[in-house]
Design a protein around this ligand. Structure first.
Ligand code: ADP
Ligand code: MG
Length: 399
């Protein structure tokens, strides 16, 4: 395959980005903020379309973050600005209700609203917040969770609430589902807040318990190449609903509460071939997460890179053939990455568009990316966008 010149975007250094957010706050509001907080976007390494069946997932925080420079003011006004959007909003903190705020400010105002149970009634809630995000919007890398979780860190610190990380995860989820009116399962916010540098986050969707899993790519000369395929999502909601319904039918037929309780051998008993394939994906995908986790417990990523790559490949093939949530752009990106020598590659996120990941040698990033770009050009697809990601630290204070 021919190669095509590509722009590989590594995230700007965290310190510089935080300083930039602080400077932009000063430009916007005319005084210095009390601090700068940030939270990362995420990719799911493996464990796709299993969350609603009590499954297991393994996300990691990526290098691209959303920054919130913020200051408390002695009022009840909340003033919001984003470098990525021209809207400037001035809200009354006492008047926040679901549906009252539209667009991106709802993700920030929603967090303040969701944190209300922790705010003493007498305290004024006035604040100025400047948002500066690096996570590409709508690419399946969870810019929305990064925004909410950065806001949650800032609000926690400004108002001195004393919430735990888990309480902030829940507030961010509530902000998105109950205040902004979008749907989210909670994987994004858990990964954005709870991830540790050099680790993936093992997440059990049955009880939302988590633990860090060693996944130190940088020290082993490895990296994840993220390809935003820029494929248009279409009919996604209907397709998601249909997949959920198929999984529920399968669980009911097997007499289990969720497919977490089913074994691969059980799946063969399902009468309808389509429902059987859907269940086969869910049950085998949960098993792949277990095996992935076991490999990472047994040795380094480098020592197990071939076996880990095989599991990533099997995950994609299952999502393509059994679960049917891929589109040609996702399949082409994955095939091209494999052709270019990636250890493994798969779609990540809900599918029907969005991004793929490839586990690669760090020094092969440009070559793999240019092979994918050439394959896209050959197919006449919109040019994809590439990001290099290493497992980074979750939400926290920068300045
Ligand atoms: P994803 O989370 O996969 O990027 P979503 O549709 O869930 O896609 O969230 C994208 C939305 O989040 C944007 O449309 C915007 O409303 C909001 N958003 C995220 N980051 C920012 C930002 N830095 N500035 C303004 N809005 C943002
Ligand atoms: Mg989102």
């Amino acid at each position: 395959m021919t190669s095509t010149a590509v722009a590989l975007s590594a995230a700007p250094a965290r310190e510089e980005a935080a300083a930039r957010a602080e400077a932009r706050f000063v430009e916007s509001f005319g005084y210095a903020p009390d601090g700068v907080w940030s939270a990362p976007g995420r990719v799911n390494i493996i464990g796709e379309h299993v969350d609603y069946q009590d499954g297991l997932c393994l996300p990691m925080a990526i290098s691209h973050r959303c920054f919130a420079a913020a200051a408390r003011t002695p009022t009840d006004r909340v003033r919001l600005r984003s470098v990525q959007d021209d809207v400037v909003l001035d809200l009354d903190a006492q008047q926040l209700e679901p549906g009252a705020v539209e667009g991106w400010p709802a993700y920030v105002a929603g967090v303040l609203w969701a944190l209300r149970p922790y705010i003493s009634g007498a305290v004024t809630q006035g604040m100025d917040i400047l948002i500066d995000g690096q996570v590409p919007l709508g690419a399946g890398l969870s810019s929305s969770a990064a925004l909410e979780c950065a806001a949650a860190e800032a609000i926690e610190a400004l108002l001195g609430l004393g919430t735990t990380r888990l309480q902030r995860v829940r507030a961010a989820i509530t902000a998105e589902t109950d205040f902004a009116g979008a749907s989210t399962g909670g994987l994004d916010q858990s990964a954005s807040v709870l991830s540790r540098a050099g680790h993936a986050l093992f997440l059990d969707c049955r009880d939302f318990s988590t633990r860090p899993v060693p996944w130190d790519l940088a020290s082993q000369g490895l990296a994840l190449l993220i390809t935003d395929t820029r494929a248009e999502h279409s009919h996604v909601d209907g397709e998601y609903t249909a997949r959920r319904a198929d999984s529920e039918r399968a669980a009911a037929e097997l007499g289990v509460a969720t497919l977490r309780d089913a074994a691969v051998a059980d799946v063969e008993r399902i009468a309808d071939p389509l429902v059987r394939r859907r269940a086969h994906h869910v049950v085998t995908e949960i098993q792949r997460v277990r095996e992935f986790d076991e490999l990472l417990a047994a040795g380094t990523v480098r020592e197990n890179v071939a076996a880990l790559g095989t599991l990533l490949n099997a995950s994609h093939d299952s999502l393509r053939d059994d679960y049917e949530v891929t589109v040609p752009q996702l399949d082409v990106a994955v095939d091209a990455a494999r052709d270019a020598g990636a250890h493994g590659a798969r779609m990540t996120g809900g599918g029907f568009g969005g991004s793929t990941i490839a586990l690669i040698e760090a020094d092969a990033a440009e070559q793999v990316a240019s092979t994918i770009a050439a394959a896209f050009a050959e197919q006449g697809f919109t040019a994809p966008q590439f990001f290099l990601a290493l497992p980074e630290e979750g939400a926290g204070q920068d300045r």
